[in-house]
Structures are given as structure tokens and as C-alpha cells.
Design a protein around this ligand. Sequence first.
Ligand SMILES: *[C@@H]1O[C@H](CO)[C@@H](O)[C@H](O)[C@H]1NC(C)=O
Ligand SMILES: *[C@@H]1O[C@H](CO)[C@@H](O)[C@H](O)[C@H]1NC(C)=O
Ligand SMILES: *[C@@H]1O[C@H](CO)[C@@H](O)[C@H](O)[C@H]1NC(C)=O
Ligand SMILES: *[C@@H]1O[C@H](CO)[C@@H](O)[C@H](O)[C@H]1NC(C)=O
Ligand SMILES: *[C@@H]1O[C@H](CO)[C@@H](O)[C@H](O)[C@H]1NC(C)=O
Ligand SMILES: *[C@@H]1O[C@H](CO)[C@@H](O)[C@H](O)[C@H]1NC(C)=O
Ligand SMILES: *[C@@H]1O[C@H](CO)[C@@H](O)[C@H](O)[C@H]1NC(C)=O
Ligand SMILES: *[C@@H]1O[C@H](CO)[C@@H](O)[C@H](O)[C@H]1NC(C)=O
Ligand SMILES: *[C@@H]1O[C@H](CO)[C@@H](O)[C@H](O)[C@H]1NC(C)=O
Ligand SMILES: *[C@@H]1O[C@H](CO)[C@@H](O)[C@H](O)[C@H]1NC(C)=O
Ligand SMILES: *[C@@H]1O[C@H](CO)[C@@H](O)[C@H](O)[C@H]1NC(C)=O
Ligand SMILES: *[C@@H]1O[C@H](CO)[C@@H](O)[C@H](O)[C@H]1NC(C)=O
Length: 488
Amino acid sequence: MRCVVSVLDVCVSHLFLQYSVVVDCGSSHTQFYVYKWEADKENGTAIITEASSCYADDHGISTYVNNPDLAGESLKECLTKAEAVIPPSKQASSPIYLGATAGMRLLRDVDVNSSRAIMQSVRNALSDSAFRFVNATSQARIIDGDEEGAYGWISVNYIAGKFGHFSPLEYFFQQSTVGALDLGGASTQITYVPANDVTLPAEYSKKLMLYGAEYDVYTHSFSCYGLKEAHRRFLAHLVQANNYSTSIVNPCAPSGNVTSLNFTSIFKAPCCHSDNTTAKNLTFHFSGSSDPDKCQTQVEQLFLFNKSCPSCSFNNVYQPALNGEFMAFSGFYYIVKDLNLTVNSAKFPLDEFENAAKQYCQKPWNEVSHLPNVSAAQAVQLCFNAQHMSTLLVKGYDFNETQWESLSFQDKIEGADLGWTVGFMLNTSNSLPAEYPRQRINTALFVLLLLLFIGFLLLSIGFILHSRRVARRNNAEYSRLSSSYGSI
Ligand SMILES: *[C@@H]1O[C@H](CO)[C@@H](O)[C@H](O)[C@H]1NC(C)=O
Ligand SMILES: *[C@@H]1O[C@H](CO)[C@@H](O)[C@H](O)[C@H]1NC(C)=O
Ligand SMILES: *[C@@H]1O[C@H](CO)[C@@H](O)[C@H](O)[C@H]1NC(C)=O
Ligand SMILES: *[C@@H]1O[C@H](CO)[C@@H](O)[C@H](O)[C@H]1NC(C)=O
Ligand SMILES: *[C@@H]1O[C@H](CO)[C@@H](O)[C@H](O)[C@H]1NC(C)=O
Ligand SMILES: *[C@@H]1O[C@H](CO)[C@@H](O)[C@H](O)[C@H]1NC(C)=O
Ligand SMILES: *[C@@H]1O[C@H](CO)[C@@H](O)[C@H](O)[C@H]1NC(C)=O
Ligand SMILES: *[C@@H]1O[C@H](CO)[C@@H](O)[C@H](O)[C@H]1NC(C)=O
Ligand SMILES: *[C@@H]1O[C@H](CO)[C@@H](O)[C@H](O)[C@H]1NC(C)=O
Ligand SMILES: *[C@@H]1O[C@H](CO)[C@@H](O)[C@H](O)[C@H]1NC(C)=O
Ligand SMILES: *[C@@H]1O[C@H](CO)[C@@H](O)[C@H](O)[C@H]1NC(C)=O
Ligand SMILES: *[C@@H]1O[C@H](CO)[C@@H](O)[C@H](O)[C@H]1NC(C)=O
């Protein structure tokens, strides 16, 4: 009997399973996610799970400037794989979404025609797919930096179960949320709910109505501070500090390594710029010197720290005091993983991170050229990345030893990659309810409310009976007194 019931259960849940595909077009690669959930729990109570993911391309779509058609082409293989994951009967009803981030935002700034051609190319590829793609402008678009931050925050809190899956306790005591720290190839975002007494300036605030609660979220996206662009800016800074000499010492690279790069691959608009036309044909040779202290000094010059702007992170950008727990993912996670810091836990003390970074930065090339699961290019850049991350988090955002304890580094929760994709999907499909869907009060909550009601009922009956008894006694006493007075 139980067997029949569970088979039925499985059948019914398969009948109501829903799917969607989200394509993350980052600045350095493209990644597909297939999500699934139960359709009858659409309004927020659903537990969305990642059914599969697919690494589409080693280039960001923004690199197809000279051949936009290849941008759409680069999606084909993962589209086919997604079609293999989603049952044929569900494909036409499963929506597909595509969000392009900082790589495309930057391209749009310098070459709007190319960015349009590339978006057209990827939209064509999506409309040729088996999935539901009815509104190209909302389902496939370039998302802004602060949207990216907000969607990342929604994703993390959704996946971590901070809203939506309400049990009676959660219904009465709204859970505190987790801040989100994202580090991509071209930009980086910080998003969190500040302390109650903080009033955010409008340009840094996003008001989100979710599940009956209003969240006033601080978010900021730093363009050109993602790992790839920050590294390019660092090399450009070294070139300029050395008066365009072609032989340059890089204190953040391992000694024994020489990396050669030409002018155009360093001075790429809009993050890097040079007026020196006589240097256009040069190739620069960067020799590593494994020098952590000089590396730190040089990296810090990419940030503007202003003492006259006390509630600023850097570059005169306002930031309220940090508040609550934080989750750092994507680039932040890859850096600490490559430093072997996440082997035992997602949290570790700040000095452990700084020691690991310093030790790594002292190593020569022959010690880091063959690390397991770290490519040569990553090994050369890892010291820079760690230093950039340290400057950003500690000097920029103000994670001191104490605040650092509330910071955890994670790649996935419950098997789902952390990023902005879930929040983007929920928002674009209008399935983020502003209110608690009333019809979905669950049984436990109903029973609790019923018990409370009965409790109050019994209490008030008891109170009425009690007060009537007291009143009767008082009456009796009064009449006894009055009768004795009356006898005077
Ligand atoms: C979800 O909410 C929307 C609007 O709030 C409503 O139109 C829709 O019917 C709801 N869906 C379910 C399954 O309750
Ligand atoms: C962009 O395209 C428009 C027309 O399609 C053209 O007039 C304009 O010159 C182009 N801009 C660039 C920078 O190529
Ligand atoms: C597509 O979506 C956008 C944003 O939701 C909306 O403004 C627009 O009217 C939609 N277009 C069509 C053709 O439905
Ligand atoms: C670059 O040139 C300036 C002045 O032209 C000079 O003061 C400085 O020492 C030079 N720097 C290097 C690294 O050669
Ligand atoms: C510069 O280097 C890039 C990448 O290695 C290459 O594609 C490009 O052709 C080079 N440009 C020049 C002017 O040499
Ligand atoms: C750069 O190279 C091109 C082609 O070789 C040449 O025409 C141009 O004059 C060179 N520019 C400089 C500043 O040397
Ligand atoms: C421009 O680059 C040349 C090397 O090609 C260098 O000698 C010169 O000092 C640079 N000019 C400036 C203003 O940095
Ligand atoms: C530093 O901050 C103050 C106050 O916000 C501002 O007036 C000043 O221009 C800033 N300095 C720099 C170098 O940006
Ligand atoms: C990380 O651990 C691996 C295997 O234990 C080791 O080979 C590698 O050298 C370590 N990496 C660093 C950066 O210490
Ligand atoms: C390298 O990656 C593989 C596959 O992801 C994994 O099984 C292995 O444990 C990793 N090795 C180290 C030293 O991290
Ligand atoms: C230096 O590192 C680069 C990766 O950035 C690698 O391709 C190159 O072979 C290394 N060069 C030397 C001389 O070791
Ligand atoms: C860290 O910062 C918090 C608030 O920003 C502050 O209360 C605390 O004293 C600082 N701790 C240390 C060790 O500096």
C-alpha cells in the first residue's frame, strides 16, 4: 500500500514538475543552468533545484565583437544538452532566460552597435531553441550592475531558505538575511541589509517587497574591479609607472616567470586607457619577482581611499556599516579554494587567509607551475587575485578580524551554484510574490493557530467565570455590609 502511495506521489510530482533554463553570459565565460521545481508550489514555497549545468564557452559573448554570429553559435551545444535534460513534453512550456553582465555592459559603453549585434545573435539562437522564448527584450538582456547585486542577494537568500519556505516560526519571526559578495571577471558586487537605524541614500538602495516583508537593500557594483579587468588595470598601471619600458618587473607574479603581452591586449577600453600613440606597437615583458609587500603597495594604488569620506568603501562610494552574515561566492570562492583554504570549512580566520596569500606570493614559478587543478595562467595571477581580494574586502568594505568571522566562502548551497541567476529568473517570470500567498498557510501553522485560538477561548471563558464569581462574592459582601450599615 505504502509502495503504491509513493509511486503515485512520484508520478504526481513528475506531472507537476516545471523547468526553466537560465544562461549566464559573464565576461569570461558562458554557463547554462536548468532549474526544476514543483508547479503547484509556484508562489514562493517551491524549492528550486538545479537539474543540470553546462559550461558553454571559454570566452565571454562580449569577445565576439568582430564576428557576432559566433556568439549565438557558441550557445548551441549547451542548448542541445538542456533539451536532453527537460522532457520533450515540457520543453515548449519551459521558459529560457539570458542575462549578460559586466563584459557586455562595458562593450555597450564603448561600441553600442557591436553589443546590439551580439544580443541579436544570442536572441536568435534562443528563439530557434525548443524552449519558451516569447519576449526577447525581457527574457534576454544586459542586466545592470545593481540589478546583478540584487538578484545575487535574492538568489543566495532564496537558496539558503531565508524566505519562502515558511514554517510557523519563520512566519512569526522573520529570518535575518545573508549579505552577498560576488566577484566576476569584469565587476564585483556587495549587497546586504544594513542595521535598522540606517537610512540609505536613494542611489544605493533597492526596496524589495518579498513574501510580505519589505527589505531596504544596500547594493553597489564596482565596474572594472572584477578579476580580469582589475588585473589588466594593474598591468597597465605597471607599464605607465615604468614609462612604457618594455621590460617590467611584476611583484605579484612568481619569480622565474616572464609573461609577454602587447599594448592592445593591455590597454582595452573602457577600463584601461592610454594616450601614448608611440607605444601602440610595443610588446611588454613582465618578469615576476615574488614580492608580497611591493605587490600589496601596487595593488592598493588601484583603489582610492579617502579619509575625508568616513562612510565610504573606496572611490568615494558610500557604504553603511557591515551588518549580519555574509556569503562570498564566484571569484572569491575560487581564490580561497586555490589557496587550499576551503578544504575543511567555508569559514577561516582573516589572518589564516592573509598568511596563505603571503606565503603563496613568495613562491617562485617552479613551485607553483604544476599545482593540481590550477592552470599556468591562474597560477601566475593567483597572488594578484588574493591581494586584490584582500584590498577589496579588508581595506575597502571594512571586514576586520571580527567582521570576517561572519563571512563564509561558498560555491554551492544544496547543489545549486551561487550567483544571480535564480533571482533573475524569479523576477523575470513574476514569481516573487510581494505578499505571503494566503491560501498556502500550511497545516502546522493552521494547527498552531487553532491551538492558540482554543487556548484564548478557554482562557477567556475561565476569565469570565472567574470574574462572575468575584462579582457574586463582592455582591454578597456588599449586601452583607449594607445590611449591617442599614441596621445602624
Ligand atoms: C501566484 O501569484 C499570482 C499573482 O500573485 C497569481 O496570479 C497566481 O495564480 C498564483 N499562482 C498560484 C499557483 O497560486
Ligand atoms: C552604429 O550604427 C548606426 C546605424 O545602424 C550608424 O549610423 C553608426 O555610425 C554606427 N556607429 C558606429 C560607432 O559604428
Ligand atoms: C516584454 O516585457 C517587457 C517588460 O516586462 C514589457 O514592457 C513588454 O511590453 C513585453 N513585450 C511584449 C511583446 O510582450
Ligand atoms: C619615468 O619618468 C619620470 C620623468 O620623466 C621619472 O621621474 C621616473 O623616474 C621614470 N620612472 C622610471 C621607472 O623609469
Ligand atoms: C596582441 O595580442 C593579441 C592576443 O595575444 C593578438 O590577438 C593580437 O593580434 C596582438 N596585436 C598586435 C597588434 O600584435
Ligand atoms: C605600428 O605598426 C604599423 C604596421 O606595422 C605601422 O604602420 C605603424 O607606423 C607602427 N606605429 C608606430 C607608432 O610605430
Ligand atoms: C610613450 O611611450 C614611449 C615608448 O614607446 C616612451 O618612451 C614615452 O616616455 C611614453 N610617453 C609618455 C608620455 O609616457
Ligand atoms: C574625499 O571626500 C570628500 C568628502 O566626501 C570630497 O569632498 C573630496 O573631493 C574627496 N577627495 C577625493 C580625492 O576624491
Ligand atoms: C594545495 O594542496 C595540494 C594537494 O594537497 C598541494 O599539492 C598544493 O601545493 C596546495 N596548494 C597550495 C597553494 O599550497
Ligand atoms: C582536482 O579536481 C578533481 C575533479 O574536480 C578532484 O576530484 C580532485 O580532488 C582535485 N584535486 C585537488 C588536489 O584539489
Ligand atoms: C609564464 O606564465 C605564463 C602564463 O601566464 C605561461 O604561459 C608561460 O609559459 C610562463 N613563462 C615562463 C617563461 O615560464
Ligand atoms: C571591527 O569593526 C567593528 C564595526 O565596524 C567594530 O565594532 C570592532 O571593534 C572592530 N574590531 C576590530 C578588532 O577592529
